[in-house]
Ligand binder design. Sequence first.
Ligand SMILES: Nc1ncnc2c1ncn2[C@@H]1O[C@H](COP(=O)(O)OP(=O)(O)OP(=O)(O)O)[C@@H](O)[C@H]1O
Length: 360
Amino acid sequence: MSLSLSAHLPERDVRIDLEVADGETVALLGPNGAGKSTLLAVAAGLLRPRDGRVTLDDRTLTHVEAGRTRTWVPPHARQVALLAQDPLLFPHLSVRHNIAFGPRSRGVPQRTAAAEADRWLDRIGLPDLGGRRPAAVSGGQAQRVAVARALAAEPRLLLLDEPMAALDVDVTPALRHLLREVLAERTVVIATHDVLDALLLADRVVVLDGGRVVEQGPTREVLSRPRSAFAARIAGLNIASGTWSADDDAVRTTAGDLVHGRLHDDGGGADRVVPTTGTPMVAAFRPSAVSVFPARATGSPRNSWPVTVTALEPQGDLVRVRAGRLSADITPQAAADLAITPGDPVWFTVKATEVDLYPA
Ligand SMILES: Nc1ncnc2c1ncn2[C@@H]1O[C@H](COP(=O)(O)OP(=O)(O)OP(=O)(O)O)[C@@H](O)[C@H]1O
């Protein structure tokens, strides 16, 4: 299904047009208040713009002109699923019945719906939890159940609002892995603050700021050549490209350094994919995960590279140490102790557990 949306909500100072092709996943990126949730709410039929139109293929779901509603399909009749930060499972129903809810609402007989729910439970890696109540599963498991429940309803459009935001960092790789798998071929809009979501899940990013689209394009293009301030900021993620080296169990960068990290599919269960030597890979890590040392750290994490400081700049409460394309965010105290200035040689060190590795 292709989505076409235009919405003007003057009371929120939001004016946005968005097109999503059939089978495409678009990430909405932007700072707080940019309009991401507003856009999803308009698509889901939870908000009525003053002027706007939402169509899925050729079916008009919303059509409002100067405050006058021409067409309005209520949320439950849109075949649009909205998955929020909070999984919002029905607390009184078992996990299995939560997933079976969508098929049941479509008139699928109970047994068939339960069998369908069990297939989803297998697929999300929780085959034994069907009988539990939502209160008896972890936050990460509940979010996986929410994904299954949303998709079992066979929505024509899936909307995800910061699906990882409420989860511990330990469980986000497993959920990302699941999403990467189930989002393929579906029409999806995902609102996120996280550049990794965009890189791993989206075909295209649309950057919003102040209620307007400020930039859009294929994910890698936008992040490698950001034009908006927000894309530039989120692209502040350190990214190193290279190829997989099975002998080293690491990515060998084009500069020849080895980068050890967590394969993106870690936590994904039985179908974990191990790349073969030569597979183009990307290593990504946050500047705040990088420590700076005057000399090679001993007994240290496995990733340590000699670099030359090119700039020092304030980054919130921290100091950003730039070394060419890599950055480290350290405390002002640490920067003072190191007494570094541009031109100084230092070592950048990052724990392998802080580095995400994924196919390019
Ligand atoms: N319930 C509301 N009533 C009125 N205005 C709102 C409401 N919620 C958000 N707004 C306004 O609408 C604009 C867009 O906000 P929106 O919540 O869509 O941004 P967002 O990108 O989702 O931000 P966040 O990342 O913080 O969720 C902002 O100016 C915001 O202040």
